[in-house]
Write a protein that binds this ligand. Structure first.
Ligand SMILES: Cc1cc2nc3c(=O)[nH]c(=O)nc-3n(C[C@H](O)[C@H](O)[C@H](O)COP(=O)(O)OP(=O)(O)OC[C@H]3O[C@@H](n4cnc5c(N)ncnc54)[C@H](O)[C@@H]3O)c2cc1C
Length: 388
C-alpha cells in the first residue's frame, strides 16, 4: 500500500478512530484509516439482516447513552436515535426481576409489600445482620452492602460467571457499591441525559463519519502489514492492544473475553428461546449458577421505531457466555488491577522509545473499559491537542 501523502494514519475504525479521522479530515488533513476487520465501527458494529430488518449487534448489545451534550451534539450529526430506554430484567428460578435492584425487586424476592421507607430500613437491617465490618473479599463486601439473600440471588452467581472464579477469590475493591433504588424506577441508565438506538444501526454511523474525500479507508488490513512502510514523520493513532504491537515482549496484558451463541427462532414455535423472545425484552440477565450464560439478547426489541420489524415472527437470539481471554483472541474487558496497570505503563514507555510517532488511542490502546460516549469524548479531547 502506498503510505505517502497522508498527514495522519489511524489504526482502528471504531468510534475512537472514526472520531479522530473525521475531525482531522474536517480540518483538511489527509487521513488513512485501516482496520483489520472487514467492517467499520469496531465492537459497536451492527448491520441489518435483509430478510427480517433486524439490526444485528455483532459483538453484543450496544445502547447509546450519555450525559455529555458535546458528545450528543457530535454524534447526532451522523444519525438519528430512536426513543428506546434500556431496562434489563434478571431471571432467577424462572421469574423475572427488575435490575438494578429496586423496590419491586425487593418485594418480589421477599414476597412482601413494603413501601420505600420500610424497604430501605429492611435492607439496612439485612446488611447489618451479617456483622461484616471489614469485608476482605467481593463476597463479604456484597453481603455487607445488601445482606445475604439479595447478594446471593442477584450478585454472587452472575459475578462468579463473569469472572470465572469464586466471589471469595475476588477483591472487595471491585464492588464499590450495589445500586439499590427505593422506587419503581427500572431504567438501566438512570442518569443518562440522552439515550437511544441509532435508527440505521452503528455501522451506518461510522460509514457516514468516514465519508469524506480526505479519508481513505482500508478494511481487512492489519497494522503489522504496513508498519514497516510508514515514514517516521507521519503520526499514527493506534487503537489496538499495545502488548500485541510490541510482540508481547513484556508479557500479555490480561483481559476477560466473551463468546456469543446465536440462533434464529420463530416466535410462533414452542421453543424455549421463542417463548423468551416473545416476552419482548431486548436483554434478559441470567442470575442463576446453573445457567452458564450471563445474558440473552433479542435484538429486534431495540427497534421500537420500526413496528414492522417487531411484529414479524422471526427473532435473532444471542446467548452471551463469559470466556477466558487468550493471547490473540477478542479482548473485551481489561482487568485493571495494580499489577496489570504497572505492566501497561511499562509498555507505554517502551512504545514511546521505539516508535515516537505512534500515539495510543481507543479503549484497547488506553487499556480501559469505555462506553461509546467516553470513546468519542476522549477522541474529541485528543484531537484538540493534536498538532499535525
Ligand atoms: C459486550 C460489550 C457490550 C457493550 N455495550 C455497550 C453499550 O451498551 N453502550 C456503550 O456505550 N458501550 C458499550 N460497550 C463499549 C463499546 O464497545 C466501546 O466503547 C467502543 O467499542 C469503543 O470504541 P473504540 O474505537 O475505542 O474501540 P473498538 O470498538 O474496539 O475499535 C477498535 C478497532 O481497532 C481495530 N484494531 C485493533 N488492532 C488493530 C490492528 N493491529 N490492526 C488493524 N486494526 C486493529 C479493531 O479491529 C477494532 O475495529 C460494550 C462493550 C462490550 C465488550
Amino acid at each position: 500500500m502506498n503510505i505517502e501523502g497522508y498527514d495522519l494514519i489511524v489504526v482502528g475504525a471504531g468510534f475512537y478512530g472514526a472520531t479522530v479521522a473525521e475531525r482531522m479530515a474536517k480540518k483538511g488533513k489527509k487521513v488513512l484509516v485501516i482496520d483489520r476487520r472487514e467492517h467499520v465501527a469496531g465492537n459497536a458494529y451492527s448491520y441489518r439482516d435483509e430478510k427480517t430488518g433486524i439490526d444485528i449487534h455483532k459483538y453484543g448489545s450496544h445502547i447509546f447513552h450519555t450525559e455529555d451534550d458535546e458528545v450528543w451534539e457530535y454524534i447526532t450529526q451522523f444519525t438519528d436515535f430512536n426513543d428506546y430506554v434500556h431496562t434489563v430484567p434478571t431471571r432467577h428460578d424462572g421469574k423475572l426481576y427488575p435490575m438494578p435492584i429496586n423496590l419491586d425487586t425487593i418485594n418480589l424476592l421477599y414476597g412482601t409489600n413494603m413501601d420505600a421507607e420500610e424497604a430501605e430500613k429492611f435492607v439496612a437491617e439485612e446488611a447489618k445482620k451479617a456483622g461484616i465490618t471489614n469485608p476482605k473479599n467481593f463476597e463479604e463486601k456484597g453481603i455487607s452492602l445488601v445482606g445475604e439473600k439479595l447478594y446471593t440471588t442477584f450478585i454472587k452467581n452472575y459475578s462468579e460467571k463473569q469472572w470465572s472464579t469464586s466471589a471469595t477469590n475476588l477483591s472487595a475493591d471491585i464492588l464499590s457499591r450495589i445500586p439499590v433504588r427505593y422506587s419503581h424506577d427500572d431504567r438501566y441508565f438512570m442518569t443518562a441525559k440522552h439515550q437511544g438506538i441509532p435508527v440505521n444501526g452503528y455501522g451506518a454511523i461510522v460509514d457516514k463519519m468516514l465519508d469524506n474525500e480526505n479519508i481513505t479507508l482500508r478494511l481487512s488490513t492489519a497494522f503489522s502489514t504496513i508498519i514497516d512502510e510508514i515514514p517516521e514523520n507521519i503520526p499514527v493513532v493506534y487503537c489496538g492492544q499495545v502488548d500485541e504491537l510490541l510482540d508481547y515482549e513484556l508479557g500479555v496484558l490480561p483481559y476477560r473475553s466473551l463468546k456469543f451463541e446465536a440462533e434464529w427462532v420463530d416466535e410462533n414455535s414452542d421453543d424455549a428461546s421463542a417463548k423468551d423472545s416473545k416476552l419482548g425484552h431486548a436483554v434478559i440477565n441470567e442470575a442463576d449458577a446453573d445457567v452458564a450464560y450471563t445474558r440473552t439478547h433479542f435484538y429486534k426489541y431495540y427497534q421500537i421505531h420500526e413496528p414492522e420489524v417487531l411484529k414479524q415472527p422471526k427473532s435473532y437470539v444471542v446467548r452471551e457466555y463469559p470466556a477466558d481471554f487468550v493471547r490473540g483472541g477478542e479482548a473485551y474487558y481489561p482487568i485493571n488491577n495494580e499489577q496489570n496497570e504497572e505492566l501497561y505503563a511499562k509498555y507505554v514507555e517502551l512504545l514511546h522509545e521505539r516508535y515516537p510517532n505512534i500515539m495510543l488511542g481507543g479503549r484497547l490502546g488506553a487499556y480501559r473499559y469505555w462506553d461509546m460516549d467516553k470513546a468519542i469524548k476522549n477522541a474529541l479531547d485528543f484531537v484538540k491537542t493534536l498538532e499535525v
